[in-house]
Design a protein around this ligand. Structure first.
Ligand code: AGP
Length: 359
């Protein structure tokens, strides 16, 4: 039933809209809601329970993945760094792969195993090579993903890596309030994704405006640098329009030269510790008459588009480490609609395979 397109025209479209449910399945049985001060909110990752101590004692934790799976690891890196604290002795290598069969990732797995690292798999495919060859792991349980462009696997991978950070950090008293806020955020995340999916028509309108463009830049930083990379990856792989994710802090070191009244530039400026820096990027782009699309938190549209030509996309605000899950959805929808409007194959873009099993 899952491999049926149901009411949708394409698998990618179905998989984008499935995210409230796939995220719920990813978290099912893994979040402890808590009950007063005696039972704190926490996570339970069965597949790692015999290995968590070793992971905590690692000298380093290294994440390995390609394409979207790489971006998912990048999106979760700051929360892992924040909650895992000092790590020491030997290494833990975490292999992130939707298919569990990517040749480059598998090769890195063989190398890490030979060198004695503890190998953890995060995959969507039970029985896949990566699931079998790692010492332990977590299945993301997002359901079959048929579209070549990874969508729901990306958001579930991030959720699993945030849960991994919570599990590793679970014995640190000083971060308990922060961890509990993240657990609450996770529990409400499917609702927030459901809310952001209502932007479907708005993203279709935007796609209509961009249909003949040659290029789209996407500026992000902090937690949402990964969103910029992943949004640009979605646009280029399915709509065949050039798109580039750029670290906003790098703007003055080159990309600013491209800014004029014509080139569309998406800036991710939702509220988090990087917000004021992103506001200043927006001002500088306005000053150069940039053609901006700003993704901002609910209620911020008027202020971000107050000067210059700008289209604002308002998204619900969530805990900073979960914001990439919400923010990628409008960009997935934009990529989808751009592709349909440009008349390209959504589910099987030219030259690409769902799983890259050769080097
Ligand atoms: C994503 O939309 C791509 N099709 C691609 O980058 C993919 O994520 C990459 O090939 C890794 O695949 P995996 O997660 O199955 O290992």
């Amino acid at each position: 039933e899952q491999i049926n397109k149901g009411k949708y025209d394409h698998y990618m479209q179905k998989e984008i809209h499935e995210q409230p449910e796939s995220l719920t399945t990813t978290m099912r049985g893994r979040l402890i809601r808590g009950g007063g001060s005696r039972k704190p909110k926490a996570v339970l990752l069965g597949g790692l329970k015999d290995h968590l101590k070793t992971i905590r004692r690692s000298r380093r934790i290294v994440f390995i993945g390609c394409g979207t799976s790489y971006n998912a690891a990048l999106a979760s890196r700051p929360i892992l760094e924040e909650l895992s604290g000092p790590i020491y002795r030997e290494d833990t290598a975490v292999f992130v792969s939707q298919s569990g069969e990517t040749a480059d990732t598998l090769l890195a797995l063989e190398y890490a195993r030979e060198n004695g690292a503890l190998c953890v798999g995060i995959t969507n495919t039970v029985g896949s090579s990566i699931a079998r060859k790692t010492h332990c792991g977590v299945h993301i349980n997002a359901g079959a993903e048929i579209g070549v462009a990874s969508t729901k696997a990306y958001t579930s991978q991030i959720v699993v890596m945030v849960m991994l950070a919570l599990a590793i950090g679970s014995d640190t008293i000083s971060s308990q309030t922060r961890r509990e806020a993240i657990v609450d955020g996770l529990l409400d995340l499917p609702n927030k994704v459901r809310e952001v999916l209502k932007l479907d028509e708005e993203m279709k309108d935007l796609a209509q405006l961009l249909i003949d463009e040659q290029s789209l830049l996407v500026f992000g930083r902090g937690y949402n640098y990964a969103t910029a990379l992943e949004g640009a990856l979605k646009v280029k792989e399915v709509s065949l329009m050039h798109s580039e994710g750029i670290l906003a802090g790098e703007m003055k070191h080159g990309p600013l030269a491209l800014v004029d009244e014509n080139l569309p530039i998406a800036v991710i400026a939702t509220r988090d510790a990087c917000f004021s820096k992103q506001q200043s990027v927006i001002q500088q782009l306005h000053a150069r008459k940039g053609r901006l699309i700003v993704m901002c938190s609910k209620g911020d549209a008027a202020s971000v588009s107050s000067s210059g030509s700008c289209r604002a996309i308002e998204v619900p605000q969530v805990e900073d480490c979960l914001q990439p899950v919400v923010n990628i959805v409008p960009l997935q929808l934009l990529a989808y609609h751009l592709t349909v409007l440009r008349g390209h194959n959504v589910d099987q873009p030219r030259n690409l395979a769902k799983s890259v099993t050769t080097q």
